[in-house]
Design a protein around this ligand. Structure first.
Ligand code: SME
Length: 157
């Protein structure tokens, strides 16, 4: 089975529009969570070439590093800590245009300049987060939130 991703150029919306059905196809018929999270990271990283794309999953009241693409990252984040732990505690998406201005930001890579973190909610509980870092300031906006929420909704948790 060919699993090549079709990468396009274009504006952000066009890139997401092209990626969404491809991610849907990648996830269809596969129930293994690690396999699915790994492919979602790879697809996002390949299309957008962001610095870091990855998941943290809640385990024993901590966020624990899960499939990701990019530089090595911290393995555990406590609730309320950093952007990820805050998105978890507040159960809401955080868009950080300049990570240096986010009090308590956890710098896994000095190259990271902006970040978006979306909580993954199942049965009214945050079970993990999707974290994306960019080397550019002000990379993410509400359109990223919208499309990334749609991508998260495709994953069978
Ligand atoms: N910057 C995140 C930590 C995770 S790394 O960016 C991969 C934070 O402040 O929670």
């Amino acid at each position: 089975m060919a699993e090549d991703l079709h990468i396009i150029t274009g504006n952000k919306e066009e890139q997401y529009q092209s990626l969404l059905p491809q991610i849907k196809g990648l996830l269809e018929g596969e129930k293994d969570l690690i396999a699915n999270l790994a492919n979602v990271c790879a697809a996002l990283k390949e299309q957008f070439n962001w610095l870091w794309v990855g998941f943290y999953l809640v385990k024993n009241e901590e966020l624990v590093l899960a499939p990701f693409q990019g530089p090595v990252a911290c393995t555990r984040i406590r609730k309320g800590r950093g952007v990820c732990g805050t998105a978890w505690a507040e159960a809401k998406t955080l868009i950080v245009p300049d990570v240096e201005k986010f009090p308590g930001h956890i710098a896994c890579s000095s190259l990271s300049k902006s970040e978006i973190v979306l909580p993954i909610i199942s049965n009214n509980q945050v079970i993990g987060v999707l974290d994306i870092d960019s080397t550019m300031l002000n990379e993410f906006d509400s359109s990223d939130q919208l499309y990334l929420e749609q991508i998260i909704a495709l994953i069978p948790f």
